[in-house]
Design a protein around this ligand. Structure first.
Ligand code: ZN
Ligand code: ZN
Length: 284
Protein backbone atom coordinates (compact mmCIF):
# COMPACT_ATOMS: atom_id res chain seq x y z
CA UNK A 1 0.00 0.00 0.00
CA UNK A 2 1.43 3.34 -1.10
CA UNK A 3 1.49 6.08 1.51
CA UNK A 4 2.53 9.30 -0.24
CA UNK A 5 3.57 12.66 1.18
CA UNK A 6 4.25 14.91 -1.79
CA UNK A 7 4.92 18.24 -0.09
CA UNK A 8 7.90 18.48 2.27
CA UNK A 9 10.47 21.19 3.06
CA UNK A 10 14.14 20.91 4.06
CA UNK A 11 16.84 23.30 5.27
CA UNK A 12 17.36 24.29 1.62
CA UNK A 13 14.33 26.54 2.17
CA UNK A 14 12.53 27.07 5.49
CA UNK A 15 12.41 23.54 6.91
CA UNK A 16 14.58 22.55 9.86
CA UNK A 17 15.77 19.10 8.72
CA UNK A 18 18.19 18.40 5.90
CA UNK A 19 17.31 15.91 3.16
CA UNK A 20 18.87 12.89 4.90
CA UNK A 21 17.22 13.64 8.23
CA UNK A 22 13.94 14.18 6.41
CA UNK A 23 14.17 10.82 4.60
CA UNK A 24 14.68 9.12 7.97
CA UNK A 25 11.58 10.84 9.40
CA UNK A 26 9.61 9.97 6.27
CA UNK A 27 10.41 6.30 6.72
CA UNK A 28 9.62 6.44 10.43
CA UNK A 29 6.17 7.87 9.54
CA UNK A 30 5.58 4.83 7.27
CA UNK A 31 5.44 7.05 4.21
CA UNK A 32 6.59 5.06 1.16
CA UNK A 33 6.67 7.75 -1.51
CA UNK A 34 7.75 11.32 -0.91
CA UNK A 35 8.63 14.52 -2.64
CA UNK A 36 10.84 17.40 -1.53
CA UNK A 37 9.27 20.71 -2.62
CA UNK A 38 11.42 23.52 -1.25
CA UNK A 39 10.50 27.14 -1.99
CA UNK A 40 12.20 28.39 -5.15
CA UNK A 41 15.24 26.11 -4.87
CA UNK A 42 16.38 22.72 -6.16
CA UNK A 43 19.35 22.48 -3.81
CA UNK A 44 18.16 19.56 -1.65
CA UNK A 45 17.02 17.29 -4.50
CA UNK A 46 20.21 15.30 -5.24
CA UNK A 47 20.72 14.40 -1.58
CA UNK A 48 17.02 13.63 -1.09
CA UNK A 49 17.03 11.34 -4.11
CA UNK A 50 20.12 9.47 -2.82
CA UNK A 51 18.60 9.15 0.65
CA UNK A 52 15.35 7.82 -0.82
CA UNK A 53 17.27 5.25 -2.87
CA UNK A 54 19.27 4.11 0.17
CA UNK A 55 16.05 3.58 2.12
CA UNK A 56 14.07 1.96 -0.68
CA UNK A 57 11.54 4.79 -0.81
CA UNK A 58 9.88 6.11 -3.97
CA UNK A 59 10.88 9.71 -4.62
CA UNK A 60 9.61 12.52 -6.86
CA UNK A 61 11.84 15.58 -7.19
CA UNK A 62 9.80 18.74 -6.73
CA UNK A 63 9.78 22.47 -6.12
CA UNK A 64 7.28 25.02 -4.81
CA UNK A 65 7.28 28.32 -6.72
CA UNK A 66 5.97 31.45 -4.99
CA UNK A 67 3.90 33.61 -7.31
CA UNK A 68 1.50 36.58 -7.34
CA UNK A 69 3.01 38.57 -4.50
CA UNK A 70 1.80 37.65 -1.03
CA UNK A 71 -1.43 35.87 -1.92
CA UNK A 72 -0.07 32.37 -1.19
CA UNK A 73 -0.55 31.24 -4.78
CA UNK A 74 2.12 28.58 -4.89
CA UNK A 75 2.72 26.26 -7.81
CA UNK A 76 4.25 22.87 -7.13
CA UNK A 77 6.35 21.37 -9.91
CA UNK A 78 6.97 17.62 -9.98
CA UNK A 79 9.69 15.97 -12.00
CA UNK A 80 12.04 18.96 -12.08
CA UNK A 81 15.71 18.28 -12.76
CA UNK A 82 18.07 19.55 -10.06
CA UNK A 83 20.57 20.79 -12.66
CA UNK A 84 18.01 22.60 -14.84
CA UNK A 85 19.87 25.82 -15.71
CA UNK A 86 16.73 27.72 -16.76
CA UNK A 87 14.98 27.04 -13.45
CA UNK A 88 18.16 27.71 -11.47
CA UNK A 89 18.63 31.12 -13.03
CA UNK A 90 14.95 32.02 -12.41
CA UNK A 91 15.35 31.11 -8.75
CA UNK A 92 18.58 33.10 -8.49
CA UNK A 93 16.89 36.27 -9.70
CA UNK A 94 13.91 35.63 -7.39
CA UNK A 95 16.35 35.41 -4.47
CA UNK A 96 17.97 38.71 -5.46
CA UNK A 97 14.56 40.32 -5.65
CA UNK A 98 13.63 38.99 -2.21
CA UNK A 99 16.81 40.48 -0.79
CA UNK A 100 16.25 43.88 -2.43
CA UNK A 101 12.71 43.94 -1.12
CA UNK A 102 13.52 43.18 2.52
CA UNK A 103 16.40 45.67 2.58
CA UNK A 104 14.04 48.26 1.06
CA UNK A 105 11.46 47.56 3.75
CA UNK A 106 14.14 47.93 6.44
CA UNK A 107 15.03 51.35 4.94
CA UNK A 108 11.39 52.41 5.14
CA UNK A 109 11.23 51.36 8.80
CA UNK A 110 14.40 53.34 9.45
CA UNK A 111 12.80 56.45 7.93
CA UNK A 112 9.98 55.93 10.42
CA UNK A 113 12.47 55.91 13.29
CA UNK A 114 12.81 52.14 13.69
CA UNK A 115 16.34 51.11 13.02
CA UNK A 116 17.06 47.38 12.98
CA UNK A 117 20.42 45.59 13.36
CA UNK A 118 20.38 44.25 9.78
CA UNK A 119 23.86 42.69 9.92
CA UNK A 120 22.86 40.59 12.89
CA UNK A 121 19.49 39.72 11.35
CA UNK A 122 21.15 38.60 8.11
CA UNK A 123 23.66 36.44 9.94
CA UNK A 124 20.88 34.79 11.92
CA UNK A 125 18.84 34.13 8.76
CA UNK A 126 21.86 32.43 7.16
CA UNK A 127 22.07 34.69 4.11
CA UNK A 128 20.63 37.93 2.81
CA UNK A 129 18.62 36.18 0.13
CA UNK A 130 16.81 33.96 2.63
CA UNK A 131 15.43 36.98 4.52
CA UNK A 132 11.69 37.33 4.80
CA UNK A 133 9.20 39.64 6.49
CA UNK A 134 9.01 37.39 9.60
CA UNK A 135 12.70 38.15 10.25
CA UNK A 136 11.94 41.89 10.24
CA UNK A 137 8.87 41.41 12.43
CA UNK A 138 10.78 39.41 15.04
CA UNK A 139 13.56 42.01 15.13
CA UNK A 140 11.01 44.83 15.55
CA UNK A 141 9.61 42.98 18.53
CA UNK A 142 13.04 42.43 20.06
CA UNK A 143 13.81 46.15 19.68
CA UNK A 144 10.55 46.99 21.45
CA UNK A 145 8.96 48.77 18.45
CA UNK A 146 5.99 46.39 18.50
CA UNK A 147 4.55 43.91 21.00
CA UNK A 148 4.09 41.01 18.61
CA UNK A 149 4.91 39.72 15.15
CA UNK A 150 1.24 40.07 14.32
CA UNK A 151 1.27 43.76 15.28
CA UNK A 152 4.36 44.31 13.11
CA UNK A 153 2.45 42.90 10.13
CA UNK A 154 -0.80 44.70 10.87
CA UNK A 155 0.78 48.12 11.35
CA UNK A 156 3.87 48.12 9.13
CA UNK A 157 4.72 45.05 7.06
CA UNK A 158 1.40 43.78 5.71
CA UNK A 159 0.12 44.51 2.23
CA UNK A 160 -0.79 48.21 1.96
CA UNK A 161 0.92 49.12 5.26
CA UNK A 162 3.56 51.90 5.28
CA UNK A 163 6.72 49.74 5.21
CA UNK A 164 5.33 47.27 2.68
CA UNK A 165 6.99 46.66 -0.65
CA UNK A 166 5.53 44.22 -3.19
CA UNK A 167 7.46 41.26 -4.51
CA UNK A 168 8.28 41.14 -8.19
CA UNK A 169 7.32 37.47 -8.47
CA UNK A 170 6.05 35.85 -11.62
CA UNK A 171 2.35 35.19 -12.07
CA UNK A 172 0.95 31.71 -11.49
CA UNK A 173 0.36 31.33 -15.25
CA UNK A 174 4.01 32.13 -15.90
CA UNK A 175 5.13 29.59 -13.28
CA UNK A 176 2.86 26.94 -14.80
CA UNK A 177 4.19 27.58 -18.33
CA UNK A 178 7.78 27.63 -17.11
CA UNK A 179 7.38 24.25 -15.38
CA UNK A 180 5.69 22.72 -18.43
CA UNK A 181 8.44 24.04 -20.65
CA UNK A 182 11.02 22.39 -18.39
CA UNK A 183 9.26 19.03 -18.60
CA UNK A 184 7.71 19.16 -15.10
CA UNK A 185 4.11 18.64 -13.97
CA UNK A 186 2.59 21.82 -12.42
CA UNK A 187 0.10 21.46 -9.55
CA UNK A 188 -1.75 24.20 -7.67
CA UNK A 189 -0.63 24.06 -4.01
CA UNK A 190 -3.01 24.34 -1.02
CA UNK A 191 -6.06 26.14 -2.48
CA UNK A 192 -7.32 26.48 1.13
CA UNK A 193 -4.49 28.93 1.90
CA UNK A 194 -5.09 31.23 -1.07
CA UNK A 195 -6.38 34.64 -0.01
CA UNK A 196 -8.61 35.09 -3.05
CA UNK A 197 -12.41 34.61 -2.94
CA UNK A 198 -13.69 31.55 -4.83
CA UNK A 199 -15.36 33.80 -7.44
CA UNK A 200 -11.89 34.91 -8.43
CA UNK A 201 -10.04 31.65 -7.83
CA UNK A 202 -12.26 29.26 -9.80
CA UNK A 203 -12.18 31.21 -13.09
CA UNK A 204 -8.39 31.57 -12.68
CA UNK A 205 -8.11 27.82 -12.32
CA UNK A 206 -9.39 27.56 -15.88
CA UNK A 207 -6.81 30.09 -17.08
CA UNK A 208 -4.01 28.17 -15.34
CA UNK A 209 -5.27 24.90 -16.77
CA UNK A 210 -5.05 26.44 -20.24
CA UNK A 211 -1.47 27.41 -19.40
CA UNK A 212 -0.73 23.75 -18.56
CA UNK A 213 -1.75 23.19 -14.94
CA UNK A 214 -2.14 19.44 -14.37
CA UNK A 215 -3.32 19.03 -10.79
CA UNK A 216 -4.62 20.38 -7.49
CA UNK A 217 -3.11 19.65 -4.11
CA UNK A 218 -6.35 18.52 -2.51
CA UNK A 219 -4.98 16.69 0.54
CA UNK A 220 -3.15 19.53 2.29
CA UNK A 221 -3.82 20.39 5.98
CA UNK A 222 -5.17 23.84 4.98
CA UNK A 223 -7.97 22.21 2.98
CA UNK A 224 -9.20 20.17 5.93
CA UNK A 225 -12.99 20.06 5.99
CA UNK A 226 -13.07 20.83 2.26
CA UNK A 227 -11.40 17.71 0.85
CA UNK A 228 -14.52 16.48 -1.00
CA UNK A 229 -15.07 19.95 -2.47
CA UNK A 230 -11.57 20.29 -3.91
CA UNK A 231 -11.46 16.67 -5.00
CA UNK A 232 -14.68 17.19 -6.98
CA UNK A 233 -13.30 20.37 -8.58
CA UNK A 234 -10.13 18.53 -9.60
CA UNK A 235 -11.83 15.42 -10.97
CA UNK A 236 -14.53 17.39 -12.82
CA UNK A 237 -11.82 19.31 -14.64
CA UNK A 238 -9.65 16.30 -15.39
CA UNK A 239 -6.91 17.46 -13.02
CA UNK A 240 -4.70 15.17 -10.95
CA UNK A 241 -5.39 14.96 -7.22
CA UNK A 242 -2.25 15.28 -5.09
CA UNK A 243 -1.53 15.67 -1.41
CA UNK A 244 1.14 16.36 1.16
CA UNK A 245 1.65 17.60 4.69
CA UNK A 246 3.73 20.74 3.89
CA UNK A 247 5.95 19.61 6.76
CA UNK A 248 8.53 22.22 7.81
CA UNK A 249 9.45 21.62 11.45
CA UNK A 250 6.75 19.55 13.11
CA UNK A 251 5.06 22.53 14.79
CA UNK A 252 1.36 23.18 14.53
CA UNK A 253 1.51 25.84 11.81
CA UNK A 254 2.30 23.17 9.21
CA UNK A 255 1.45 19.49 8.91
CA UNK A 256 3.16 16.41 10.33
CA UNK A 257 4.84 14.00 7.91
CA UNK A 258 2.30 11.58 6.44
CA UNK A 259 -0.69 13.19 8.11
CA UNK A 260 -2.65 13.69 4.89
CA UNK A 261 -1.94 10.17 3.53
CA UNK A 262 -4.43 8.57 5.92
CA UNK A 263 -7.19 11.02 4.94
CA UNK A 264 -6.71 10.52 1.20
CA UNK A 265 -8.98 7.70 0.00
CA UNK A 266 -7.36 7.10 -3.41
CA UNK A 267 -3.84 8.02 -2.37
CA UNK A 268 -2.29 5.04 -4.09
CA UNK A 269 -3.97 5.50 -7.49
CA UNK A 270 -3.58 9.29 -7.41
CA UNK A 271 0.11 9.18 -6.53
CA UNK A 272 0.79 6.67 -9.31
CA UNK A 273 -1.16 8.84 -11.76
CA UNK A 274 1.16 11.73 -10.87
CA UNK A 275 4.19 9.46 -11.17
CA UNK A 276 3.10 8.42 -14.65
CA UNK A 277 2.45 12.04 -15.66
CA UNK A 278 5.95 12.96 -14.52
CA UNK A 279 7.51 10.16 -16.59
CA UNK A 280 5.44 11.05 -19.62
CA UNK A 281 6.47 14.68 -19.44
CA UNK A 282 10.17 14.30 -18.82
CA UNK A 283 12.28 15.80 -21.57
CA UNK A 284 14.81 13.38 -23.09
ZN1 ZN B 1 2.99 27.00 -0.03
ZN1 ZN C 1 5.15 24.31 1.18
Amino acid sequence: MMRPDLHLHTTASDGIYDARQLARLVQRANVTMFSVTDHDTLAALPEASDAAYDRGLAFLPGVEISTEGDDEIHILGYGVRPDDEVLLSCFRSAAEDRQRRIMGMADKLKDMGMSLPMKEIVSRAGAENSLGRPHLARAMMEQGYVDSVQQAFEQYLGKGRPAYLPRATMTASQAVSLLRERGAVPVLAHPGLIHWPLEKLLPMLKVWQEAGLKGIEVYHPANQGNYPYWERIARQRGLLVTGGSDFHDGTSSHGQIGETAGLWPHACDDAWALYRAVNKNQKP
